[in-house]
Design a protein. Structure first.
Length: 251
């Protein structure tokens, strides 16, 4: 795990100088921010924690599991002596000590992280099929993820890989939200498609039991517990093993 000790800004404002409105997804994608123009508009909060260097299972060269709910992530992290990352922890690790909007700088660069891949329309009856052969075939057809650490430049200033792109990652909200399908969970980083893929955006439109073909997670731990959790995470199995393309629990 990587140790992160920093001062986190809960409300950061930046100037986007090159933006695109993606009509199908109804989102604005910023391709470049004004360099060095960070405007923190809330009191800073001290953070001292550890975060997995790679997506679960935190081993370089392995693909992260998919079709994982927030509850699956919480259980797997807990069995490794860790926990699901808080949103603030995930963002701080992504922005690094220089607080850049992308883990590698101020401009969105698909050649550095795994995103902007061609979108393939999912056949949802197959994605959520109870027949593992049918489901696996569909997940393999859709899969555009890479093994963790395959893009060496997709690394934050705190030494954490693949925080944007590759797979969407579950996080726990720092405070409960109102008027959202998920009050206490969210998804960070985007996946391998053409989405925002920056450190600050969060998806809150899915309930915590939602699973999908590009959703995964990584784990965090309190700094005081990091030595124990780091060693246990390599050896302690989960009670329901997660694989790169595991069985699915319906929404």
């Amino acid at each position: 795990m990587q140790h992160v000790k920093t001062s986190y800004c809960p409300d950061m404002k930046r100037e986007c100088v090159d933006k695109e409105y993606d009509k199908p997804n109804r989102i604005t994608i910023c391709h470049r921010f004004r360099e060095g123009k960070n405007d923190c508009q809330a009191p800073r909060e001290p953070l001292d924690y550890c975060i997995d260097e790679y997506e679960y299972p935190n081993r370089q060269g392995e693909k992260p599991p998919v079709m994982v709910s927030f509850f699956d992530a919480e259980k797997s992290c807990g069995e490794a002596g860790k926990r699901v990352c808080r949103e603030s922890e995930w963002v701080a690790a992504c922005e690094g000590p220089e607080e850049t909007p992308f883990p590698y700088g101020w401009r969105r660069e698909p050649e550095k992280c795994n995103f902007d891949n061609k979108w393939e329309g999912p056949i949802l009856d197959r994605v959520y099929s109870k027949d593992p052969v049918v489901q696996r075939a569909e997940l393999l057809r859709l899969d555009r993820s890479l093994p963790s650490g395959a893009r060496p430049e997709c690394k934050s200033g705190f030494g954490v890989f693949d925080l944007t792109g590759n797979v969407d990652e579950w996080v726990r909200a720092d405070t409960e939200r109102t008027n959202r399908r998920s009050r206490f969970a969210g998804l960070k980083g985007g996946a391998w498609g053409h989405v925002r893929n920056a450190c600050r955006p969060v998806t809150t439109s899915h309930p915590p039991d939602f699973t999908y073909y590009f959703i995964s997670f990584r784990c965090c731990a309190d700094a005081s517990a990091s030595a124990t959790s780091s060693s246990e995470s390599e050896t302690r199995p989960t009670s329901r093993p997660l694989h790169p393309l595991p069985g699915v629990r319906r929404r």
